[in-house]
Design a protein around this ligand. Structure first.
Ligand SMILES: Cc1cc2nc3c(=O)[nH]c(=O)nc-3n(C[C@H](O)[C@H](O)[C@H](O)COP(=O)(O)OP(=O)(O)OC[C@H]3O[C@@H](n4cnc5c(N)ncnc54)[C@H](O)[C@@H]3O)c2cc1C
Length: 301
């Protein structure tokens, strides 16, 4: 039996956060056990099979795909960009078929998007311009990945605050504005419907500004493949033997099949400890499934 003097950290939850935390802990010389109450890892980032059909339950795109983005090294480190499946920039977020049969394309590029908006909904020109201007200002948003806010000293905190100054006014203005309230700026019902297809009506409109700005600057990508692939880390399954301290009685490599049948729930009760090695992973979903949940869509062109 191998004894180790490494300090051990217990992580509760094998969602993307828990798995990523585990990888960084392992990198930094800790032993890690991840306890997950579900019978598969992934948390919200999941998919399942029903009557032979794969249902993608979660993320359609990820932020931080631009190599200069602060998030990029993190994704790269955990293997999200290993090319299987591929994450790619997208020319548009979704296409919608309108009542008259025409297709409206929600372009990533803001100039193209403006053109499209004005072609279809000219009566909402003012509100559309305001929307696009706000998205442009939100481009100043950046997530402090290298150092979280609570670890910053006052200078760093101040510098971060200053970097966000250009968006201070719209941020304050829309702080409590839900999507359903925001869309009242638009006269056209179908245009309102397009916005409502993206997010829940109660969502804060910030989220949507944020999404649009990431796509507009090429810092978000959709993924060709099933979301379940994203959590297909190489995981070593570690079964407790019933003792107080779990021993590596059954240690076997375990990997979620990327397009096969998900494993059956284990036969024993209680939280399952997961030990795994940081290795390959892959990521999110295709534009088609983005369309499937966000609006009507027929192909990518
Ligand atoms: C429908 C949907 C679409 C989404 N689309 C996108 C998208 O397009 N882009 C994007 O970036 N994000 C998207 N998200 C959000 C993203 O999926 C989540 O933010 C992310 O997966 C959260 O990961 P997490 O690890 O922080 O939390 P979770 O995924 O919630 O993981 C927490 C884990 O902890 C486990 N757990 C909780 N309590 C215990 C306990 N007491 N003991 C043991 N285990 C426990 C849970 O079972 C779970 O597995 C979407 C989410 C949903 C639901």
């Amino acid at each position: 039996m191998n004894y180790t003097c490494k300090p051990k950290v217990i992580v509760v939850g094998a969602g993307v956060s828990g798995l990523t935390t585990g990888i960084y802990l392992l990198d930094n010389g800790f032993d890690v056990e991840i306890y997950e109450k579900h019978y598969i890892p992934g948390g919200e980032c999941t998919g399942w099979y029903r009557k032979g059909q794969y249902i993608d339950g979660c993320a359609h795109w990820i932020v931080g795909t631009e190599p200069t983005s602060e998030l990029y090294p993190l994704w790269e480190h955990i293997g999200a960009f290993d090319g299987n499946p591929e994450i790619f920039p997208t020319e548009y977020l979704t296409k919608f078929q309108l009542k008259d049969g025409r297709f409206f394309t929600f372009y990533s590029d803001l100039d193209k998007l403006e053109n499209e908006f004005l072609t279809f909904f000219p009566e909402d020109k003012r509100a559309i311009k305001r929307f696009l201007n706000t998205v442009k200002v939100y481009r100043f948003t950046h997530i402090p990945v290298k150092k979280p806010l609570d670890l910053m000293n006052w200078f760093q905190y101040l510098a971060y605050g200053i970097s966000l100054l250009p968006m201070a006014l719209p941020f304050a203005h829309y702080k409590h504005v839900a999507l359903e309230k925001y869309i009242r700026h638009f006269k056209n019902e179908e245009l309102r419907g397009i916005f409502l297809r993206f997010l829940d009506p109660g969502y804060n409109i910030h989220s949507f500004f944020y999404v649009c700005q990431t796509f507009s600057k090429g810092d978000a990508g959709v993924v060709e493949g099933d979301v379940i692939d994203f959590i297909a880390y190489d995981i070593t399954f570690y079964q407790p033997n019933g003792d107080e301290a779990p021993a590596p009685a059954v240690l076997r490599p375990w990997r979620i099949p990327s397009r096969g049948v998900l494993p059956s729930p284990p036969q024993y009760a209680g939280p399952l400890p997961w030990c795994y090695s940081p290795s390959s992973t892959s990521a999110f979903t295709s534009p088609d499934s983005l369309c499937a949940t966000s609006g009507r869509c027929h192909g990518r062109n």
